[in-house]
Design a binder for this molecule. Structure first.
Ligand code: NDP
Ligand code: HSE
Length: 446
């Protein structure tokens, strides 16, 4: 078998990138694989649109079934996105004995168990490297490179669009909506960009990372998720003055059989390695009990970086199909399960409630500028056992509203919320309060 035929479903941003990588890097892929990867069919709803890459007209089809049912096609690449048609296409392809490659984190985080078990049942591979971190080979790293470790924590910037927006707001003072439109134009954003902005895409990816790192399935509803929609330029500026940067972080920690899983805008110290990760770049910082700290960095979204990960999965599966280096003539089945755990080794772990979180907070009040305001606010905080680390008031507007910023020491979220409810009822507070959790820990990197 010196040619391996594959079929692509979804000729959009990532699909086009895959066609380009397979074409432009055909020789390097052949040199490494010892075989030629032939893209036999490409299915999409629209096969007339110019995608900016040359493909044979005969390869294009609107008939998805003609890809899944083609006996010569061994690997089906799903790049349409979403959880409806994509789920059905993948399950049918697996049932037909096809290997599948997908970048669909929305699908894997909601229907992963069903899809992975269908792959196992049918003795085929499912590659999903592109589902987290774009071009960063984080799935392979967790499943293989770090397989001897007990994973203790994961801190990730894993949404390119949100990081692009926050970086532009921080470094260039860009306006939220304008920068979001830029990210969409560049092909970074999801079909529904609220997934990026509201932290949903990040929590999809965190669910996949948790699955791999801790061998447990976390329902999406158990991942506390908050987006960047309420972060303002003012918060970005205050953050810097206090020595922090705001990043949309995915955080997972395992302690005594309990998993902490959360996604929210987070203030991290300027010296933290993740604070230097800007633009569309992603980074995932992992602590393993043997390896210590490792950090993976690269472009987290966009046509070519994502295509790089999809194509790597295709090559990996082709290698498996030829039985590795020793077996030349026979498929012996995938060399590991999709998540890299032996049968029966996955387990249910409990998820820490957000109320039990114990972190410092940044709070920006819109306070009336009059004597005694601070003592009333600090009185409520004190009554809830929350102590203040620093305070800053910007501007002077006697009787008017000014931003009053407080950084607290560690406090339990449950008490923090109660205190905030009480403070917001005080007559010295005018308008919505902004809170951002602070993560002082550098995850053991220094
Ligand atoms: P696009 O919207 O650019 O491409 C999807 C393509 O599939 C479009 O041409 C779309 O047509 C077509 N399509 C949708 N539904 C069907 C269907 N039922 N039958 C046939 N064709 C269909 O998306 P992306 O390429 O950006 O994303 C693809 C996947 O990759 C998603 O799962 C996404 O989350 C994931 N991903 C994307 C990254 C990125 O940077 N863009 C990075 C990592 C992962 P139409 O335009 O008419 O809807
Ligand atoms: N919309 C996603 C992002 C694509 O911006 O990170 C990569 O998964």
């Amino acid at each position: 078998m010196d040619k391996i035929h594959i079929g692509l479903i979804g000729f959009g941003t990532v699909g086009t990138g895959v066609v380009r990588v397979l074409k432009e890097n055909a020789q390097v892929i052949k040199d490494r694989l010892g075989k030629e990867v032939v893209l036999k069919k490409i299915a999409d709803r629209d096969i007339e649109r110019d995608r900016g890459v040359e493909v044979s007209k005969d390869a294009l089809t609107t008939d998805v079934d003609s890809v899944i049912n083609d006996p010569e096609i061994k690997i089906v690449v799903e790049l349409i996105g979403g959880t409806g048609a994509a789920r059905e296409i993948i399950l049918r392809a697996l049932k037909n004995g096809r290997h599948v490659v997908t970048a669909n984190k929305a699908l894997l985080s909601t229907h992963g168990a069903e899809i992975f078990s269908a792959a196992e049942k049918n003795g085929v591979n499912i590659g999903f490297e592109a589902s987290v971190g774009g071009g960063i080979p984080i799935i392979k790293a967790l499943r293989e490179g770090l397989s001897a470790n007990r994973i203790e924590s994961i801190y990730g910037i894993i949404n390119g669009t949100a990081n692009y927006i926050l970086s532009k707001m921080t470094n260039e003072g860009g306006k939220f909506e304008t920068v979001l439109r830029e990210a969409q134009k560049k092909g970074y954003a999801e079909a529904d960009p609220t997934y990026d902005v509201e932290g949903i895409d990040t929590s999809h990816k965190l669910a996949i990372l948790i699955n791999l790192a801790f061998g447990t399935h976390v329902p999406l509803g158990d991942i506390y998720t908050e987006g960047i929609g309420r972060v303002t330029e003012l918060d970005v500026k205050f953050a810097r003055e206090f020595g922090y940067k705001i990043k949309l972080l995915a955080i997972a920690k395992a302690e005594d059989g309990v998993i902490e899983a959360r996604v929210h805008p987070t203030m991290i110290p300027l010296g933290h390695p993740l604070s230097a990760v800007d633009g569309v770049y992603n980074a995932i910082h992992i602590n393993g009990n043997a390896v210590g700290s490792v950090m993976f960095y690269g472009k987290g979204a966009g046509m070519m970086p994502t295509a790089s990960a999809v194509a790597a999965d295709i090559i990996d599966i082709c290698r498996d199909m030829s039985g590795g280096l020793s077996v030349k003539d026979g498929w012996r089945g995938p060399r590991m399960t999709p998540l890299g755990y032996a049968e029966g080794a996955e387990r249910a772990l409990s998820i820490k409630k957000i109320d039990d979180l114990d972190v410092p907070y940044y709070i920006r009040f819109s306070a009336i500028d009059r004597p005694g305001v601070l003592s009333r606010i600090s009185g409520v905080l004190g009554a809830h056992d929350i102590s203040i680390s620093s305070v800053m008031q910007k501007g002077r507007k006697r009787g008017g509203t000014v931003p009053l910023v407080i950084i607290t020491h560690n406090a339990f979220e449950r008490e923090f919320r109660k205190a905030l409810d009480e403070i917001e009822k005080l007559d010295v507070i005018a308008g919505k309060t902004m809170c951002i959790r602070i993560e002082e820990s550098n995850g053991g990197t220094q």
